[in-house]
Design a binder for this molecule. Structure first.
Ligand code: IPD
Length: 269
């Protein structure tokens, strides 16, 4: 039996430690260590250092757990707990010293995400959720507040965050669907971190988020934070959120946005 409170506390303290390291040790001349799926899909030495710190710290406390990390991939465990880690979500923002990058840590028990933590160190913000216990924003000044998604927003008044993949062909398709979506909503925001975008939905800073292409480490923690803030998270036609399409919004906006994305061709992966 796993106590979600223990997992939450470990996720919070680990995200905080990684965040401090990423702020304090960010090299002034930080460059791209290597690229992954395309020349725009960058990894820095700090992505690797952050993931190493997170995995080592959690493994020292819980040696039987499994991990899925953006940089390190999958490692097995025996406890039934799997940690899903994005050591820097929004690496391009981090590279350019823009503030919207995050450390995202989710804990799954027997395949269900029960804890999600997203630290946004450059903003002094830490978003947390535990299944069935709500989601919260903790600030560097020590204040904490519960999060609620915006409700009662019609599609034409919705401020919608989105993100783009790294492959040129996918970007071309995304631009094409965006051309159809943009005239139908209040406006679009491209912040540069899916985890931060999801937290912004939970905090009511945007009304919705959608993206074709996010990976599970980008959205595992943020999706729980949205759900625990009263929001709905899913994919096309009742499917779970995935790299194919991930949508997050208050339940009354989710349906209209889903249908707009479907008819705009934004669900093509
Ligand atoms: C990326 C960011 C970005 C989103 C991409 C992600 P990374 O994560 O979340 O906002 O549009 O789909 O891959 O590569 O910086 O961890």
């Amino acid at each position: 039996m796993q106590d979600p409170q223990d997992l939450l506390e470990l996720a919070i303290s680990t995200a905080e430690v990684a965040g401090v390291m990423l702020v304090d040790r960010r090299p002034a001349d930080l460059g791209v260590a290597y690229t992954k799926s395309s020349s725009t899909d960058v990894v820095t030495e700090m992505d690797k250092a952050s993931e190493r710190l997170i995995v080592d710290r959690i493994r020292a406390a819980r040696p039987g757990d499994a991990f899925l990390g953006e940089e390190g991939g999958e490692t097995g465990g025996t406890s039934g707990v799997r940690w899903i880690v994005d050591p820097i979500d929004g690496t391009v923002n981090y590279l350019y010293d823009l503030p919207d990058w995050a450390v995202s840590i989710a804990a799954e028990v027997d395949g269900e995400v029960v804890v999600g933590v997203v630290a946004v160190p450059a903003r002094g913000e830490l978003y947390t959720a535990a299944r069935g216990r709500g989601s919260h924003l903790m600030r560097a000044d020590g204040s904490t507040r519960p999060l609620r998604c915006n409700t009662g927003v019609s599609l034409d008044h919705a401020l919608v965050a989105t993100g783009f993949g790294y492959a040129a062909e996918r970007r071309a398709r995304q631009a094409e669907s965006l051309r159809r979506i943009l005239p139908r909503v209040r406006d679009i925001r491209r912040g540069g971190s899916a985890a931060v975008d999801l937290c912004s939905v939970a905090a009511g800073r945007v009304d919705a988020y959608y993206e074709q292409g996010p990976q599970i480490w980008d959205f595992a923690a943020g999706a729980l934070i949205v759900q625990e803030a009263g929001g709905a998270v899913g994919g096309l036609n009742g499917r779970p959120p995935s790299a194919h399409l991930t949508i997050a919004a208050a339940p009354d906006l989710f349906g209209p946005l889903h249908d707009l994305l479907d008819e705009s061709g934004a669900a093509g992966g």
